[in-house]
Write a protein that binds this ligand. Structure first.
Ligand code: BGC
Length: 254
């Protein structure tokens, strides 16, 4: 790929969609169209691999191993292995996912949790830039993802979408993710009540300095963020739903 700027490709695999783009890392923004395909039903590894290949082909970078490639995934990622599977097939639990993608794509990749890379994007290029203390980025989508950033340094795999609702014994994300709003056909106001519970609880546990809200619904932040009453400032991710793509690409460059 010819280029006078620093570029890398980011792929953001989610429970519902797989998004990708070429990222200009000098500016921290997309240098291509944003490409999206649906996450294949069941999200089985071979089908997800085929979908990733498809978005790379659409971007024209499938066979260009000279451009760094970062891939983000909605699970705990430790030393290249996926260790959980909340909204994808259980086959990912304890799976050598990074090696699987590298073999299947015929190239090296950088592999990490989807919310963690969104956090990296917002620290480098967005709402958490130069933010001292603890920033907690949450992505509100199919699940709830989280990134803990302390003085700009990522503490990976925080998984705060899985804090439990006392009495109900259920994951917070099943109650308060954007998918729960859609599933239960909630108004913004009703959903905001669930978010109020969620963010108050996280605020109590961590006393953060800043909340950043990412995920697809962050483009509608003006519909619900002002309804929340918290001690902690809460702002939308500057890069909205592209934070995952940008962060994955940033990570690929190191
Ligand atoms: C997963 C996380 C992921 C989040 C957002 C959760 O269900 O456990 O790893 O970051 O969804 O995709």
């Amino acid at each position: 790929m010819a280029s006078g700027t620093t570029r890398a490709v980011g792929v953001d695999i989610g429970g519902t969609g797989i998004k990708a783009g070429i990222v200009d890392l000098d500016r921290g923004e997309l240098a291509s169209d944003r490409v999206k395909v649906a996450t294949p039903p069941g999200a089985h590894p071979p089908d997800v691999l085929a979908a990733v290949r498809e978005v790379l082909e659409t971007l024209g970078v499938a066979d260009d191993a000279t451009v760094p490639l970062g891939v983000a995934f909605p699970a705990i990622v430790k030393n290249g292995k996926t260790l959980s599977a909340a909204n994808v097939s259980d086959e990912w639990i304890g799976f050598e996912a990074e090696k699987f993608f590298e073999k299947g794509l015929g190239r090296d990749i950088h592999f990490a949790n989807d919310a963690d890379v969104a956090g990296v994007a917002e620290v480098r290029f967005g709402a958490a830039r130069d933010q001292p203390g603890l920033t907690i980025l949450t992505t509100l989508g199919t699940g709830i993802g989280s990134a803990l950033l302390y003085n700009g340094v990522l503490i990976p795999n925080s998984e705060l979408g899985h804090v439990q609702r006392a009495k109900h014994g259920k994951d917070a994300e099943a109650y308060a993710a954007y998918s729960a709003m859609e599933r239960d056909e909630l108004t913004w106001e009703k959903w905001a009540k669930r978010l109020q519970w969620y963010y108050s609880h996280i605020e109590f546990l961590f006393s953060p300095d800043l909340f950043v809200v990412g995920g697809g619904v962050s483009k509608h932040a003006d519909q619900f963020l002002h309804l929340l009453e918290l001690r902690t400032p809460i702002v939308p991710a500057v890069h909205r739903n592209n934070a995952g793509i940008i962060g994955a690409a940033a990570l690929a460059l190191g």
